[in-house]
Ligand binder design. Structure first.
Ligand code: PEP
Ligand code: MG
Length: 752
């Protein structure tokens, strides 16, 4: 049964085992086909072999349809006499005197039924139902955890994935849909891509440099100099071509250029050549020497720089060896690039119209490459640990950067399904364009401000394009991540100024650094932690490293002198932290005043509520701060004890869990009572069902990925705030997230 790579075999093994062990004449599994919604006989011990895959019926037909409809076990004696009995002559089932059907459910969603039949009328009786129900439950969860239920095709599920809502899977156990062809990774840049696989060409390593000596030093020097020159102009060309990206995003290349123009580096290589070394070998010696020097330094930041040196060395080496640069690689068809990891430089080099997607076996959600992929709007999935073994050059892939699923050589059904989704989305965006400048007001006149989450300067362009009223969250980590060292106060002022200019008069809520968890800096050693999300992260780091914190606060305050800036602190847990923050902020304000440096003395200061403890002590926190922004991404993970980036527990990460809804409702109620503005800036803001509930709670604003704004606006324009409030009360009385989901699905079906 563990052989999940062959789901059909596994299902057959299950039914044979059950019928044999329980001495039942027939044990069959019917599954709901996601493509058609019909019930299909997928495995059977006891029915004729040829009936497998050929018996189809509507989920409203037959006794098995009744099981699905009623979502409960059905036991019938003499089934042929039952009004819902449907006879299939290919099954040979006319002989059986009993019928027991039990629904197969995963997370309370039906995905089929298991049916037991017997010739002996006494072999199964009503009192056996609990026993068979237990068996059905075992099979259902086994199927779920063994990957038998990969369901790329369920439209409803994929729509949910698009909204970054966890996906509940239903089964598609056919050969073409086995788990080898469906890879599950972590979404790193949204969107859907289709293309042919191309492996990132491996760069040549110094271990391949064998020839040590050369006879003609002059020729070697000239070869080296021309390689150096080529590399330098390539880097310059790359960074010059990036005018769509803010200058600070390109700072990655500065260290490379600095080294290339450093005369001591060049002279060292030439020195080796003059002593008789071949250019490649001289370069190898010099690079090794530099790497060694960096490695012996007892500073994590400088140690990390040895990678830059090696990277640069490899670039020059490839020029010496006459390797073609990635820039000269022109894709002939739509391409998905596969690699273990990809550097920002390589991504920029390969960027072209036909580069449609990126699939990495490793990679980080906040790596340089992920940041750039988002800025370039190239879908990317990371953490695909099996991809290098399973996917080959020339394969066709569909890559879903929203859900993290990658399909290898997908069937026509999957391709069509995705094509449908892509064109649906395009159509929606076209339709929604006219919404851009419309106010987001409900039918009964309630205004809900729809705002954008950004991380890069280029995101401000998207925010405006999609009609964001303000920038509700600017994550400041990104400019820190793509640099090689902490930016100074002046550099930060420059970065934030640009963002504010890019926002074209909209207010920008700047969040102080939220490091740790899944956001790391190569030059800041936070140490390895067993449980990074419960460890040294976010405001805890800021309060322990006041130097870094104070520099950032000063920079933000300075920018507030001329722009509508709000200041936001992440991940507060206690009143002590709140008081500390307030004290430090006052000290910095005073210092700036003393130095006559202008800033907005009444800059709005808010906190993110993203830890359950903050929900509980909010009334006290509100005495200190001006506004609240709910970080639902973290709040859900801490409330439900589910790692937000772990695909294994993704189905448990549910924004519609009653505990989540109740906690958010409590925060909104407390803020409204205190007269303090409250918004929500996690992914849930872009999920229409959640947004409808937040509207009902009386939230003031929702801040989301810019591309989600039109969909939410469309919904807001069609609903009444009063009704949303009433529906919220109904939802608050429900205890089951699936019930809530279905209720909202029904409620909003005409609006989204
Ligand atoms: C959140 O936790 O909801 C949030 C917006 O912050 P981040 O995703 O950056 O942790
Ligand atoms: Mg957070």
């Amino acid at each position: 049964m563990a052989d999940s790579a062959a789901p059909r075999k596994t299902l057959m093994a299950i039914v044979s085992l059950v019928s044999k062990q329980l001495r039942i004449d027939v044990c069959s599994v019917y599954l709901i086909s996601p493509a058609t919604g019909n019930l299909v006989l997928r495995a059977s011990a006891g029915l004729k072999k040829e009936s497998i895959d050929t018996i189809y019926m509507s989920a409203h037909e037959g006794l098995t349809g009744l099981v699905i409809e009623k979502t409960e076990p059905i036991f019938v004696k003499n089934p042929a006499d039952h009004p819902r009995y449907k006879y299939f002559k290919e099954s040979g089932e006319e002989r059986f005197q009993t019928y027991l059907g039990v629904p197969l459910q995963y997370h309370r969603r039906n995905f089929g039924a298991i049916v037991f039949q017997s010739i002996d009328p006494a072999a199964i009786s009503e009192k056996d139902i609990p026993f068979f129900t237990v068996i059905a439950g075992q099979i259902a969860s086994l199927a779920a955890y063994r990957g038998l239920m990969e369901n790329p095709e369920n439209k409803r599920d994929k729509k949910a994935a698009d909204n970054q809502t966890p996906v509940v899977e239903t089964p598609v156990p056919t050969q073409t849909r086995d788990s080898k062809n469906i890879l599950r990774g972590v979404p790193a840049s949204p969107g859907i891509a289709e293309g042919i696989v191309h492996y990132l060409p491996g760069s040549v390593g110094f271990d391949q440099v064998r020839i040590e000596r050369a006879d003609d030093p002059k020729k070697e020097i000239s070869r080296f100099e021309s390689a150096l020159k080529k590399n330098m102009s390539e880097i310059k060309e790359l960074s010059d071509g990036l005018d769509e990206l803010p200058l600070h995003d390109v700072a990655i290349f500065e260290s490379h250029l600095m080294m290339l123009i450093d005369p001591s580096f060049k002279n060292q290589v030439i020195g080796h050549i003059q002593k008789g070394a071949a250019a490649e070998y001289a370069l190898k010696k010099t690079i090794e020497h530099h790497i060694q020097r960096f490695l012996t330094i007892d500073d994590p930041y400088l140690k990390e720089r040895s990678k830059d040196v090696e990277d640069l060395g490899k670039q020059i080496l490839s020029k010496l060896l006459g390797e073609t640069s990635p820039q000269s690689t022109k894709f002939q068809s739509d391409t998905i690039l596969i690699a273990t990891d990809i550097s920002a430089k390589d991504l920029i080099s390969f960027k072209q119209k036909r580069l449609k997607g990126l699939a990495l076996s490793r990679g980080g959600r906040t790596s340089h490459a992920a940041i750039l992929a988002k800025a370039f709007e190239i879908p990317m999935v990371i953490g695909l640990s099996d991809i290098l073994d399973t996917v080959h050059e020339g394969d066709r892939l569909i890559l879903d950067g929203n859900s993290g699923l990658v399909f290898r050589n997908p069937s026509d059904d999957i391709v069509n399904e995705y094509k449908g989704l892509i064109s649906e989305k395009k159509k929606l965006l076209r339709q929604l364009k006219h919404l851009r400048d419309k106010e987001s007001v409900t039918l009964d006149g309630h205004m809900l401000s729809l705002e954008a989450n950004i991380g890069l300067l280029s995101d401000t362009r998207q925010a405006i394009q999609y009609g964001a009223k303000h920038i509700g969250l600017y994550r400041t980590e990104f400019p820190f991540i793509i640099r090689n060292a902490f930016p100074s106060e002046d550099e930060q002022v420059e970065i934030y100024e640009k963002i504010l200019q890019g926002a074209e008069g909209r207010s920008v809520t700047i969040r102080t650094l939220d490091l740790g968890g899944d956001k790391f800096l190569s030059y800041f050693d936070a140490g390895k932690e067993e449980n990074p999300y419960l460890g040294w992260r976010s405001i805890r780091v800021s309060l322990d490293r006041e130097d870094i914190f104070r520099t950032q606060l000063r920079a933000i305050l300075r920018v507030s002198a001329n722009h509508p800036v709000k200041l936001l602190f992440p991940m507060l847990c206690s009143i002590k932290e709140a008081r500390n923050i307030a004290r430090i902020l006052e000290e910095e304000k005073k210092d700036l005043s003393d130095q006559k440096i202008p800033f907005n003395t009444s800059i709005p200061v808010g906190i993110m509520v993203e830890v359950p403890s903050a929900v509980k002590i909010l009334k006290h926190l509100l005495e200190i701060f001006d506004f609240v922004s709910i970080g639902s991404n973290d709040l859900i993970q801490y409330l439900l004890a589910v790692d937000r980036n772990n695909p294994k527990v993704a189905p448990l990460y549910n924004p519609l869990h009653p505990a989540v809804i109740m906690s958010i409702r409590d925060v909104v109620t407390d803020c409204n009572a205190a007269g303090k503005p409250v918004s929500l800036c996690g992914e849930a803001a872009g999920n229409p069902k959640c947004a409808y509930l937040f509207l009902g709670m009386g939230i003031d604003a929702l801040s989301m990925t810019p591309s989600s704004i039109p969909l939410i606006k469309k919904m807001v324009l069609k609903v009444n705030r009063r009704e949303a409030e009433e529906d919220l009360s109904r939802v608050l009385a429900m205890s089951d997230e699936d019930e809530i989901d279905l209720f909202l699905e029904e409620r909003l079906k005409n609006y989204i």
